[in-house]
Design a binder for this molecule. Sequence first.
Ligand SMILES: Nc1ncnc2c1ncn2[C@@H]1O[C@H](COP(=O)(O)OP(=O)(O)OP(=O)(O)O)[C@@H](O)[C@H]1O
Ligand SMILES: O=c1[nH]c(=O)c2[nH+]cn([C@@H]3O[C@H](COP(=O)(O)O)[C@@H](O)[C@H]3O)c2[nH]1
Ligand SMILES: NC(=O)CC[C@H](N)C(=O)O
Ligand SMILES: [Mg+2]
Length: 518
Amino acid sequence: MELWHDRILVLDFGSQYTQLIARRIREAQVYSQILPCTVPLATILAYRPSGIILSGGPASVYEKKAPKISVEVLNQQIPVLGICYGMQLVTHLMDGEVEKAAKREYGRAELLLDDTSDLFKGIGGGKTTTVWMSHGDRIERMPKGFRSIAHTANSPVAAMKAVDAKRRIYCLQFHPEVAHTPEGTRMLRNFVLDICGCKPTWTMSSYVETSVKQIREQVGDARVICALSGGVDSSVAAVLTHRAIGDRLTCVFVDNGLLRQGEVEKVRKTFAAQFKMNVRVLGKGREFLAALARTIDPERKRKIIGRLFIKFFEAEAMRNGKAAYLVQGTLYPDVIESVSFKGPSATIKTHHNVGGLPTRMKLRLIEPLRELFKDEVRVLGKELGIADEIVWRQPFPGPGLAIRIIGTVTEDRLRIVREADVIVLEEIKRAGLYRDTWQAFAVLLPIKSVGVMGDQRTYEHVVAVRAVTSLDGMTADWARLPGEVLATISSRIINEVRGVNRVVYDISSKPPSTIEWE
Ligand SMILES: Nc1ncnc2c1ncn2[C@@H]1O[C@H](COP(=O)(O)OP(=O)(O)OP(=O)(O)O)[C@@H](O)[C@H]1O
Ligand SMILES: O=c1[nH]c(=O)c2[nH+]cn([C@@H]3O[C@H](COP(=O)(O)O)[C@@H](O)[C@H]3O)c2[nH]1
Ligand SMILES: NC(=O)CC[C@H](N)C(=O)O
Ligand SMILES: [Mg+2]
């Protein structure tokens, strides 16, 4: 059986929403990939796309330095959908006219449909639908051979298509990929399934099949190791690899003494007992704590932990009959980030992972999730029979509780955050808020404050509670938790965690703050 899936390429011009376009298409079970707009035509064709989407972008096509593509991309008999900047670019490349609009259009607009024969089939009762606009330029004159298929009060050409049906070029001034365009998904489906003729075969069960086969081919009969954290990504990558090569996979879980309560047992139970995988748990808490002693600086903490982690992992890998491959839970957003049209970003924090290993040890990488978004990884995890408790876990940073203790890390301070963390999560779950919250946790502050308990003066620690909502961890807002939930968390922490007499709630968003405190 050929393992081919029809695919749509999204060329990125720097829009905030490029990833969303790819996700919406994948939701229609069609594989979609993002490439920077700078790739040459030959590369585009090598992917054998059934359709090409040109994303939006911050530039204006009439500026000298605006990103462009060769007009040849439009002449390949491959259907094209231009979105916002993409529409303006099609217009510009085909000798239409784009100019700064007298009135910018941001936010919701009422789209009046003038042609519902293909792209808008089944939309808005054939009359009108709400769309999300975000542009300052507009089409003054369409290219020759195009006609308008929808308008708004402000944009006479809010959508257009090539009159010659064989050319199959469509353009939208608004953003069909965002949730504020309620029928946008339907429009993208019309494009992908009807106009491009893609078959909806991209499902997570087909993904399991494809990657099991790929992993087997790649690995041959070599041995493979995986750093398993019990988090969503490494867990799903490990189980998938195990499905492909069974006992030749060894998972290494480092108990760095900075984990949450019950974590070690949970990982053992799930992966060793349930999935019958080779799991080595390295109990290294004492070494990590000794190395961290008296360290206050957050970046130093991160580096010490990262270095030790690699040291133990390396030793274990050597012990393991010289594995030739390392499994990593790299996700698609990381891949996109590194090929992005936008430049590299500043280092805010040194994130801990095992990326330093392969070059030192000549290990080759297996990255079975590198084409997936986080929500797809969760569906894949379900498909593989992994329990909800892991599949829906909130992210937990590699450096663990060390970066949630501001100041020095000691056994007693670890006990305090650990106990407070259990209470925060219990109450968030009890209130049914766990899945809607990106993360919720406790942070131990390096100050003491005065309190009164049972008529006695106390002088004890302060715990900050942090709960945020976010789509991808890149930006976040503090969660508007109900007052009663906060009240319960606060009184439980003060009553149950010895050494704490005050709880505060963190009401900062990211940016300018970050999610973790260090
Ligand atoms: N205690 C640990 N033992 C072994 N490997 C670890 C440990 N902590 C982190 N890692 C490795 O570092 C990688 C990066 O961690 P990260 O938290 O980003 O991903 P994750 O834990 O798999 O998923 P999630 O983002 O859901 O927490 C992990 O995938 C894992 O390979
Ligand atoms: O694997 C990880 N290793 C790390 O070193 C690390 N530091 C932060 N995080 C997680 O990343 C997301 C963004 O966190 P920040 O806003 O604090 O940078 C949040 O979800 C954090 O929990 C980490 N994950
Ligand atoms: N969202 C976009 O793609 C904007 C396109 C262009 N920069 C404009 O303002 O019209
Ligand atoms: Mg993790």
